[in-house]
Structure formats: structure tokens, C-alpha cells
Design a protein around this ligand. Structure first.
Ligand code: ADE
Length: 425
């Protein structure tokens, strides 16, 4: 009989990268004043003493600052990557060797490794799950029913994960509270819009060095993320085309000054494509067919299924690596199509994800949502909950303080006026 191999306490690329990781984590911390203030309070109050937590997140300098903050609050945390290409290996090494946090994340890990890490995360017997895309929670519900009673709750980072959690609730299988971090104003107004807007273009630039001025950039999906990308691409001189399935958002895009059309028309016009819809096969066989020679396609939605790469592969006569994170598919019609970051989140695959200044607020929501779950243990319904408004406002106030911005407050007279119905025209 073969002896069982003990599970390693971490899986990272190379622990000798830790000192570089430490420098970069400290650099990110300069732009994360809200997380810093929360960390100081957690260190004093220890809200997570005795709590086991799993975080499935992109392993970046910003996530490291969140993990260190939760650790200051007394939590026993284990981290896994939420995406095979987004891990910053130096950060993973630093969390293991300088903070003693078990991390299972290696940039470029395959899908089998990713799913094995989800199992290792569940072996940690978490009470709280911080999820990004809801894979850990979905696996728990499908495969670890015996652990459901350990769970205090989950917090979810992204729109895609919230859609899945709501589907779990509708199917009657969500047996614990889930905090919708994405819904907080201090999350989606900034992270989804300004974070995705900047980091997506950053990923495209680092992968290709393309000039956007004068190019036709097709943005698929005009949610907060799509709005951010369209706005920033326009600012760089691109001619932006938006595709949508939601009529209201389509009007919004048109009135924001963008051309709106179906993908089949946009496909023939675009030089650079970005998908941010949360749905599958937004760019598919019929679209590749009509694209210009050299068209570049990328995705900034959570999962790597927005571009139908199987269909592209089936049409291609050859594929070659043109640059890092840039593959050129030759087509039988003589044209080539360039795929960035293997169709995975381009901002995290080819760049560093959202800048720290926005992740500061997103991860403050994560940290305070975890504290809220613990403080309200046993009193929250098993459903998807919005982040309470006072948490959102508190984060905004802390951020303003960190940015050195003061704002007005209402006078007594104004308070009386907005609370009264008797004064009219
Ligand atoms: N999602 C987008 N950007 C991110 C970042 N910098 N860290 C963690 N998760 C992210």
C-alpha cells in the first residue's frame, strides 16, 4: 500500500520571492488608509478570535493587506487563488514566510490544481468564506454538506458570484447568510468602474503596447465595469462601440456618447474587444468570421468563457505566442485574431489588477462584512444580504479622511427642511 502523502502547508512558486513581495505589499498599503484604520481597530478588539476563515481571492498585494488585517483581528486564515493566472507569486511567498498564512496559489496553475486547492480550503473547516466567484461556496454545498453547520456566513466580491449565490438561494440550498460586497456603493462605484476601467486598459497595454487613440474599441456589456472601460478608452482617443442586451443600459451608453450596435456588426468594425458581461460566448464563431485582420480580443469578466476560444481554436490553422499573454490565431480566411491573456481576466493576467486605492474600499467592505457576520451570528437569515448602509457610509468617511478631503454637513435648518413636508412652492 502506498503511504498517504501529507498535505503540504502551502503551495507557492518560490519562497525566496518573499522579500520582493513584502516590499510590494507595503507599497500597496500606502494607498489603503481605510484598511489600515480597520487593521488598527481589529488588532485591539480581536473580533475573529477562534474563527477559521478561507479566502478565495486573487492573490495580490491588496489581498495580502486584507489577509494581514483579518489576521490582526485574530482569525485563522487560509488563502487560495480565485483564478489560475492572477496570482502574484512574490506576494504568496511573503504571506507564507513572513506572516505564517497558508497560501495555495501559483501563477499559471492548471484547473485541476485550482480545484484541488478548493478542496484544501474546505479541509481547513472554515466558519467564514470570503469568495470571489463563489466556487468555494458552490463546492461546499455540492460536496461537503457535513460542514454546513460550521459556517457562520460568506462574503462575495463579484457580480458573477452574487448571481450564483442568488441561484443557490432560489434553489433552496443556501443555508447561511451571504454578504453581497459587490452591492456596496463604496465597492462597485469605484472598484467596478474606476478599478476595472484603468486596470483592464493597463492589462491590454502591458500585453500588447497597442495605441488606443484612433482605434475602434468594442466594449461588450455596459454595467459598472463596462462603463469604466468605455469611459477610459474614450479618454485615450478610442472610438468606442458598446454592445448590450439590456435596453436601458443601451440607451445609457448611447446618451453617454457611444455607438451601440449588435456584436455581429461591431465584430466587423472593432480593433480591440473587451468582454465584461458575466455571460458565456459573447464573442463566438460567427463574430470571429467577420473580424478584421489582427483584431485583438480580451476579457475582463470573472470567468474565461465570454470569448468562445474553442470555436476559435476549431477555425484556426495555427496558434503562436506573439508576446507574453498574447497569442495569435491564424485563420483559414488568411486573417489572424489575437487573444489576450487566454481569455482570462486581462487586468489580473497581464497587469496587477485594480489599483490599491480602490481595493482599499472593496476590501474594507470584505473585512467589515466578516465582522458583521460574526457579530450577528445566529440572527441573520440564510439569504443574500446587502452591506448595511452604515458600513458603506463609514467606509466612505474613512476613505475621505485618508484622502484628506472634508465635506459639508447639514445645518439644523436644512435637517428640519428635508424632514418636513409642509414647505412647498
Ligand atoms: N480584483 C481586481 N483587482 C484586484 C486586486 N488588485 N486584488 C484582488 N482582487 C482584485
Amino acid at each position: 500500500m502506498v503511504a498517504a502523502v501529507p498535505t503540504p502547508k502551502y503551495e507557492v512558486k518560490d519562497l525566496s520571492l518573499a522579500s520582493m513581495g513584502q516590499k510590494r505589499i507595503e507599497w500597496a498599503a500606502r494607498e489603503m488608509p481605510v484598511i489600515k484604520q480597520i487593521r488598527e481597530r481589529f488588532a485591539a478588539e480581536k473580533p475573529f478570535a477562534g474563527i477559521r476563515l478561507v479566502a478565495c481571492s486573487h492573490i495580490t498585494t491588496e489581498t495580502a493587506n486584507l489577509a494581514i488585517t483579518l489576521q490582526a483581528g485574530g482569525v485563522d486564515a487560509l488563502l487560495i487563488a480565485s483564478n489560475p493566472l492572477s496570482t502574484q507569486d512574490d506576494v504568496a511567498a511573503c504571506l507564507v514566510s513572513d506572516y505564517g498564512i497558508p497560501v495555495y496559489a501559483i501563477k499559471g496553475e492548471d484547473n485541476e490544481t485550482y480545484h484541488r486547492h478548493v478542496q484544501i480550503a474546505l479541509d481547513h473547516k472554515p466558519n467564514i468564506i470570503i469568495d470571489d466567484g463563489s466556487d468555494v461556496v458552490a463546492t461546499l454545498i455540492k460536496e461537503r454538506q457535513n460542514q454546513l453547520s460550521d459556517i457562520i456566513g460568506t462574503t462575495e466580491e463579484t457580480t458573477t458570484g452574487i448571481v450564483r449565490l442568488q441561484a443557490m438561494f432560489n434553489d433552496g440550498v443556501l443555508s447561511f447568510p451571504a454578504m453581497n460586497v459587490n452591492d456596496a456603493e463604496t465597492k462597485h462605484f469605484f472598484d467596478n468602474r474606476y478599478g476595472t476601467g484603468q486596470s483592464t486598459l493597463d492589462g491590454i497595454f502591458r500585453a500588447t503596447n497597442v495605441l488606443l487613440a484612433g482605434k475602434a474599441v468594442v466594449v461588450a456589456g455596459y454595467g459598472w465595469c463596462g462603463k469604466g472601460v468605455a469611459m477610459r478608452a474614450k479618454g485615450l482617443g478610442a472610438n468606442v462601440i458598446v454592445t448590450e442586451i439590456n435596453p436601458v443600459r443601451a440607451i445609457e451608453a448611447a446618451m453617454d456618447g457611444f455607438r451601440v450596435m449588435p456584436m455581429i456588426k461591431a465584430a466587423a468594425e472593432g480593433d480591440v474587444f473587451v468582454t465584461l458581461t458575466g455571460n458565456k460566448h459573447v464573442i463566438r464563431a460567427e463574430h470571429f468570421e467577420v473580424m478584421k485582420d489582427g483584431a485583438m480580443v480580451s476579457n475582463a469578466g470573472h470567468f474565461d468563457l465570454e470569448i468562445d476560444l474553442q470555436a476559435l481554436g476549431a477555425k484556426a490553422t495555427g496558434v503562436k505566442d506573439a508576446r507574453n499573454f498574447t497569442q495569435e490565431y491564424s485563420m483559414s480566411n488568411g486573417k489572424s485574431i489575437v487573444v489576450l491573456g487566454e481569455g482570462r481576466l486581462i487586468n489580473l493576467a497581464a497587469a496587477e489588477g485594480h489599483p490599491s486605492a480602490v481595493m482599499d474600499m472593496s476590501f474594507a467592505n470584505q473585512a467589515l462584512a466578516c465582522e458583521y457576520l460574526v457579530k450577528n451570528q445566529g440572527n441573520l437569515e440564510a439569504k443574500v444580504h446587502s452591506i448595511p448602509e452604515e458600513i458603506d457610509r463609514n467606509i466612505a468617511a474613512l476613505k475621505l479622511k485618508g484622502m484628506g478631503i472634508e465635506i459639508d454637513t447639514l445645518t439644523e435648518d436644512q435637517i428640519e427642511y428635508i424632514n418636513s413636508w409642509t414647505v412647498g412652492t
